[in-house]
Design a protein around this ligand. Structure first.
Ligand SMILES: O=C[C@H](O)[C@H](O)[C@H](O)COP(=O)(O)O
Length: 232
């Protein structure tokens, strides 16, 4: 097995475990990415096997497509402004449960859904757990303001790089029609303060820093053929 296959297997195991937390009658936020996808598939299987009623609120076109394919009834956040549970992946999680998301450019809708949820299950492999956040923070920006936002990021001590596509020439366009700036700050000493600063930049829609949800968050870390619950 290659290391990539092994990593996907860890994501599969923890994604399936998270889907086990879904109960009959729940409205569930469906995160985006390779780990959340495994949870979506398993929720669909449970709906068929156990005849439970579950409504899914997707966080992206990807999770909406996956959810429909899995047989999950899909609804909008506008239909269900309060959710019982959200299952989502992350790119980095620190010891205080501050999180960086948006590796797949989905963090704006993910943050809206996380905010609306009573509980959040974050599902990650062990490589994403760190003492201090240090990876670049994705910031979704209105295209008109991208240059100005990048200058603000510089004043905050960061370096912003416009994310460009792998299978598309030019900038990545989010599900909301915007650009992504990946903003490197080195080790982030004050995640909550940085999130607040990023929130005040004109034209910056949402940063991938999630610092306000630790109280309602459970972090499941896949490893060694199983998973563990991270403690703060
Ligand atoms: O924008 C994408 C999301 O925040 C993902 O949940 C995050 O990037 C983790 O993705 P994956 O589970 O594929 O590693």
């Amino acid at each position: 097995m290659t290391s990539k296959q092994a990593n996907l297997e860890v994501k599969r195991i923890v994604g399936i475990a998270a889907a086990g937390e879904v109960e009959d009658g729940m409205v569930v936020g469906l995160g985006t990415g390779s780990t959340a996808n495994y949870a979506i598939i398993r929720i669909g299987e449970r709906i068929r096997e156990e005849e439970i009623a579950v409504v899914g609120v997707p966080t992206s076109y990807q999770s909406a497509i996956r959810a429909r394919a899995a047989g999950i009834r899909v609804a909008d956040l506008a239909d269900y402004p309060e959710l019982d549970l959200t299952i989502d992946g992350a790119d980095q999680v620190d010891a205080a449960f501050n999180v960086i998301k948006g590796g797949g450019a989905a963090h704006t809708r993910e943050k809206c859904v996380a905010d609306a949820s009573t509980r959040i299950l974050i599902v990650v492999d062990g490589t994403k757990v760190t003492d201090r956040l240090h990876m670049p923070v994705p910031v979704e920006v209105v295209p008109y303001a991208a240059t100005g936002v990048a200058r603000h990021i510089g004043r905050l001590g960061g370096e912003a790089v416009l994310r460009e596509g792998i299978k598309k020439d030019g900038p990545v366009i989010t599900d909301n029609g915007n650009f992504i700036l990946d903003c490197a700050f080195g080790t982030i000493e004050d995640p909550a303060g940085l999130e607040t600063s990023l929130n005040t930049i004109p034209g910056a829609l949402t940063s991938g820093l999630f610092t306000e949800y630790a109280e309602k968050m459970t972090v499941m870390v896949g490893e060694d053929g199983g998973y563990r619950i991270l403690t703060r």
